[in-house]
Design a protein around this ligand. Structure first.
Ligand SMILES: [Zn+2]
Length: 355
């Protein structure tokens, strides 16, 4: 499957000074929506699957759907990434399936819930890097713990608990000791739609408090240690648009008032070294709003295509907007893909050079 590696996509993004959306998928309609948006906008893109998605799609369906995506859109620079791998075994499974990138989230133990020690995190992440780089596969690591729980993954840390944020000094050592290709930061974002339960006096949801200054400090520290323009990753970066939540509720939904990460905060991060931006929740809400509208306004309908098509369309529109806002649109044609075999050689020569 001729996928592009995440390392190449993020290196190019660093050169161009833009961010790349990493969008979660579980089924055909989501993959089609993202690939269509990427092709039309000439945008490099990262498609990611969580452990939950792999289970839902019984592994093989997702693999084959991605093969179809690449065949249907041969010019799109797309990486297939494992989101929140919980163990080296899970990462190996994804590599064997043909993923071009994996995340080893060693900030949590293999149960995906208990907070892990720093030493454990280094050990499992370095193990995955050694295994993945032999195949030319990129690796994302995470330092510090994100808030919230999604798909059963997460320690459920309260949003205002600063003790789990990424330590800017430790970040450099972590990158040095593990050899990862990009680093996921804990700066106060969290997974899911309800990132904060903060409201103003009129009951309006307030955005999460983010430690945005850490992005700049971490990037600067890495640069001083010789890691120029090291790619950083923002998780839990859905903006939870109020109009989509309203649309869901207008057609019988019962979502609570919520507010995600404002686009200005994400763009602030992109200017300071954030290259991968994970978005899942916004796509879920967009699709649910579209499905609800059909079933609510036309209750006589019973053909799944009558609601899957609008859901796919809604996701496509949402993704197009994100691609423009993150800046990835228009950059796909700028480079030629490096094969995973060539990337493996590159890693080997880099490793030899540092010995
Ligand atoms: Zn995440």
């Amino acid at each position: 499957m001729p996928l592009v590696t995440m390392r190449q996509i993020l290196e190019e993004a660093a050169k161009g000074g833009y961010g790349v959306g990493a969008f979660n998928v579980n089924n055909m309609e989501q993959i089609q929506a993202i690939m269509r948006a990427a092709e039309e906008l000439d945008a490099p893109v990262i498609i990611q699957a969580s452990r939950g998605a792999l289970k839902y799609s019984d592994l093989i369906y997702l693999k084959k759907l991605m093969e179809a995506a690449v065949e249907r859109h041969p010019d799109v620079k797309v990486a297939l990434h494992l989101d929140h791998g919980n163990s080296p075994q899970t990462c190996k499974q994804a590599i064997d399936l043909g993923f071009s990138s994996v995340m080893m989230d060693g900030s949590l133990m293999a149960d995906g819930k208990s907070v892990a020690s720093y030493e454990y995190n280094i050990e499992v992440t370095a193990e995955v890097v050694e295994m993945a780089h032999k195949h030319g596969v990129s690796v994302e690591g995470e330092l510090g713990c994100l808030g919230g729980i999604e798909d059963g993954h997460g320690a459920g840390i309260a949003i205002d608990d600063d003790s789990h944020l990424t330590d800017p000094v430790q970040a450099v050592e972590f990158v040095q000791k593990t050899g990862i290709d990009c680093l996921a930061l804990a700066i106060g974002t969290s997974h899911g739609a309800y990132k904060t339960m903060r409201y103003d006096k009129d009951g309006k949801a307030l955005p999460p408090r983010l430690a945005l200054d850490r992005i700049e400090t971490i990037e600067k520290n890495l640069e001083e240690a010789g890691y120029k323009a090291f790619p950083l990753v923002m998780h839990g970066s859905s903006s939870v648009p109020a109009e989509l939540v309203e649309e869901v509720n207008k057609y019988g939904g019962q979502m609570k008032k919520a507010m995600g990460v404002p686009m200005e905060d994400i763009q602030f991060g992109i200017k300071r070294g954030v290259r991968k931006i994970n978005v899942d929740t916004d796509g879920r809400i967009a699709m649910t709003a579209a499905v609800r509208k059909v079933l609510w306004t036309a209750p006589e309908k019973f053909d799944p295509r009558d609601w899957l098509k609008p859901a796919r369309e809604a996701l496509y529109e949402l993704i197009k907007g994100k691609m423009k806002d993150f800046g990835q649109a228009g950059h796909g044609h700028e480079y030629q893909p490096i094969s995973m075999a060539d990337m493996a050689k590159k890693y080997a020569s880099e490793a030899a050079a540092t010995k």
